[in-house]
Design a protein around this ligand. Structure first.
Ligand code: FES
Length: 191
C-alpha cells in the first residue's frame, strides 16, 4: 500500500470562536472520566467519544482543545483519534454504511458488494456522497460471520447481504435518519 502524505505543515485548520469542548463537556469529563482513571491521558478516549457524540465527528480544533484539557500534545490526541476507525475527523453522511471486510465476509463477497456500492454511489472507503447522505466505511468483523457478508447501517445489522438487497435498502432510506428504524433512534423507539 502506498504511503499517503498529508501536507500537515501547511494544513489550514478551520476554527470557530466557540470551543467544541464546551464548559458542559469539560464538567462532564471532570466529574466522570477524570475521577475514574489514574492519569489525565487515560481520559483521551472518553473525551474523543464525548466530542464525536456531540458533533458527529471530531474537528481538528477539538483535538487541540482536548490536548490542552488533558495536558497532552495535539499530536498525541491526533494519534489516538486516527488509530481507531470508529472516530471520524470529517463530518460523515446521514447514514454510515459499514461493510465488514474480515475473512468470512471477504470469502462471501464483501468486496464485490463494495465495488457495486462504489459504482452506484461514486464513493469509496471513507468517502461521503455529494448530497451528504451516505458515508461508506470498510470495517473489521461485525460478529455475524455465519451470516456473511454483513453490513451495518446506522447501527442496524443486515446479514447475507446481496447487491439487490442493498439496492432496495438504500432506495428506502428516509431522508431524515431519525425515521430510520435502527437501534437507538427515534424510529426504533416508536416501532
Ligand atoms: S467476518 Fe464479517 S462479520 Fe465476521
Amino acid at each position: 500500500m502506498p504511503w499517503i502524505v498529508k501536507p500537515s505543515g501547511t494544513q489550514q485548520i478551520e476554527r470557530r470562536t466557540e470551543p467544541y469542548l464546551t464548559e458542559a463537556l469539560r464538567a462532564e469529563l471532570e466529574a466522570d472520566a477524570l475521577t475514574r482513571y489514574p492519569t489525565k491521558q487515560a481520559a483521551t478516549l472518553p473525551a474523543l467519544h464525548a466530542v464525536q457524540h456531540t458533533y458527529g465527528y471530531i474537528p481538528y480544533q477539538a483535538i487541540e482543545e482536548i490536548a490542552a484539557f488533558l495536558d497532552l500534545t495535539a499530536a498525541e490526541v491526533y494519534d489516538t483519534a486516527t488509530f481507531y476507525e470508529e472516530f471520524f475527523l470529517e463530518p460523515k453522511g446521514k447514514y454510515l454504511v459499514q461493510i465488514c471486510q474480515s475473512i468470512a465476509c471477504e470469502l462471501c463477497g464483501c468486496f464485490d458488494l463494495k465495488g457495486w456500492l462504489t459504482d452506484k454511489l461514486q464513493i469509496t472507503n471513507g468517502e461521503t456522497t455529494d448530497d451528504g447522505k451516505i458515508t461508506l466505511q470498510m470495517v473489521e468483523c461485525l460478529g455475524m460471520c455465519d451470516d456473511a457478508p454483513a453490513v451495518l447501517i446506522n447501527g442496524k445489522m443486515y446479514r447475507k447481504v446481496t447487491a439487490d438487497q442493498m439496492d432496495k435498502v438504500l432506495a428506502e432510506l428516509p431522508d431524515d435518519p431519525a425515521r430510520f428504524p435502527a437501534p437507538g433512534t427515534a424510529a426504533a423507539a416508536q416501532a
